[in-house]
Write a protein that binds this ligand. Structure first.
Ligand code: CA
Length: 226
């Protein structure tokens, strides 16, 4: 039974989320402060974290940074600050998803399921090797010229999807579906932020990408090996 850690200081929200998640078969732990949440993450090693931004004790962004410094635990951020979405899933913070407040608990459960599904290791051992980049679909590791590159589950899935079919242009909705297992209208722009982060991690020169190309008016594609 996967364990979900909710770090949120509004007791009513925690209550509702806990009830929906438990009904969906998850084990739920919670913390009402940022610092206590980080301590719970350390001691309980949850499979996924649902994180509020405005928290007493320690800001949600700091909690996310601290977690990312040590592990790739999937993080879903809850926020009323939607205009900051790009930064929320930014390189430094590395959250995998965000859900604007107010939200439907059903949406949260669906997103939790999708995130956990795509962070599961694959069952078929397979390695994609393209121009110095090595993508191990089994262990979910990526190396460039032998150096390990640390990707979040979302970034890994985006990369694996595109690199699996070099030269094919994917639109944002297709990438959203491939990386999250489902589509939500209005979330296509999060793909741009994930691509930006991915480029910063895998491209020798992110301003002049050689792996992930922009296809104007459509979306993105992984370059064919030259
Ligand atoms: Ca709050």
């Amino acid at each position: 039974m996967p364990t979900i850690l909710i770090i949120e200081d509004e007791p009513e929200l925690v209550k509702v989320l806990r009830s929906y998640l438990e009904q969906a078969g998850f084990s739920v732990i919670s913390a009402a402060r940022g610092d206590a949440g980080l301590a719970s993450w350390e001691s309980r090693k949850p499979d996924l974290v649902i994180l509020d931004l405005n928290l007493p004790g320690m800001d949600g962004l700091d909690v996310a940074r601290q977690i990312r410094r040590k592990a790739n635990t999937p993080i879903i951020i809850l926020t009323a600050r939607v205009e900051e979405a790009d930064e929320l899933i930014g390189l430094e913070i590395g959250a995998d998803d965000y859900i604007p407040k107010p939200f439907s608990p059903r949406v949260v459960v669906a997103r939790v399921r999708a995130l956990l599904r795509r962070s599961e290791p694959g069952t078929v051992a397979k390695i994609l090797r393209i121009a110095g980049l090595e993508i191990d679909l089994d262990s979910h590791t990526v190396t460039r010229d032998g150096m390990l590159i640390d990707l979040t589950p979302t970034e890994f899935n985006l990369l694996a999807t595109m690199a699996g079919q070099p030269g094919r242009a994917f639109n944002r909705l297709q990438l959203l579906e491939a990386s999250q297992g489902t589509t939500y209208e209005g979330y296509e722009r999060t793909i741009d932020a994930h691509i930006k982060n991915l480029r910063a991690k895998i491209e020798p020169d992110p301003r002049n990408p050689q792996y992930i190309e922009t296809v104007f008016g459509i979306g993105y594609r992984f370059a064919r090996a030259s």
